[in-house]
Design a protein. Structure first.
Length: 101
């Protein structure tokens, strides 16, 4: 598994600043931001983004407070950054059951 450490501000800017750095230069592209679970006070998200410098895609998980009183911003407690896993998009076939007509 290939991983890369990305800084806290870099990851927050993907969500809040459309992937632009403090100079307004686009450094990342948001591919998906999905809620995969909730706890009593938080939503758990899976973020997939493209690092435009390397053109590689990465996945990282973060949590976000559910109420205005739950002060928990994405990556708030990861001041040293977060380890992100390199990912690639693959096609999958899904079988479902439908009514006979």
């Amino acid at each position: 598994m290939k991983t890369k450490l990305f800084g806290q501000k870099y990851l927050q800017n993907i969500l809040w600043e459309s992937g632009k750095d403090e100079n307004g230069i686009k450094v990342a592209k948001l591919m998906s931001d999905e809620i995969y679970d909730t706890s009593r006070w938080s939503q758990l998200h899976e973020l997939v983004f493209q690092d435009l410098e390397t053109e590689k895609f990465y996945r990282v998980c973060y949590s976000k407070g559910l109420t205005e009183y739950q002060e928990e911003d994405p990556f708030q407690f990861q001041e040293n950054g977060a380890e992100c896993v390199e990912v690639e998009q693959v096609e999958k076939v899904v079988l479902v059951w439908e009514e006979v007509k």
